[in-house]
Design a protein. Sequence first.
Length: 245
Amino acid sequence: MRALRILLVVVVILGGLFVAADRLAVHFAEGKAADKLKATENLDRTPDVSIKGFPFLTQVANGELDDVQVGIKDYEAATGKGGQTIRIDDLEADMRGVTFSGDYSSATAATATGTATIGYDELLRTAKFQPTRVAPGITARVVGLSDGGNGKIKVAVEATVLGTRLPKPVSVLSSVTVRGNEVGVKADALPAFGGVRLAEGRIRAITDFQQAIDQLPGGIRLDSVRAARDGVEITVKGAHVKLAG
């Protein structure tokens, strides 16, 4: 019995040492991957990298990590407009089947899914709406974007009729979609300005717009989008996505 107790104590101690070594190793790997991703994507701050699954050392021995989660704050994505960027408040990706180099300086995920959130104020700033003549004596421009409920964006349009600005913006509910690398916003119904209904094409030139969101980390791409309380929430996906290197 005494020998059995000693054996159990030894097993517990060795198990504890293994767990400690495993956690130290995963912490080291997460730090290396985060630093490499920061350098590769030219980020202002170090991203969050979390390697899931236990034990980590067994995954390393097999040469592939099951699940790596990445979080990036305030990522500046390209818009295709002369170097202009659009800020993604939160970009989160769940990467599966991650193969890596021995020093963790490069890693590639077989698949990746995630989400990206862009605030309405940022979408408004990037679109740069200008006053546009929609009819003789009438100009209009978008002055606000917000949550319209039920997955819709509320687009606020300010109009000036015969030199007089209408007392309050006209609001229209719009649908938001993804096509390629662009988020598109299209009015469901068209508003009237000062009681005047204008040709659909003229109104849509004001209310409808597209915003490119390009060069996301590792080559992930836009998949779908919905309007939410604080901004548009975009799902992203990709295959053979480079986590680093």
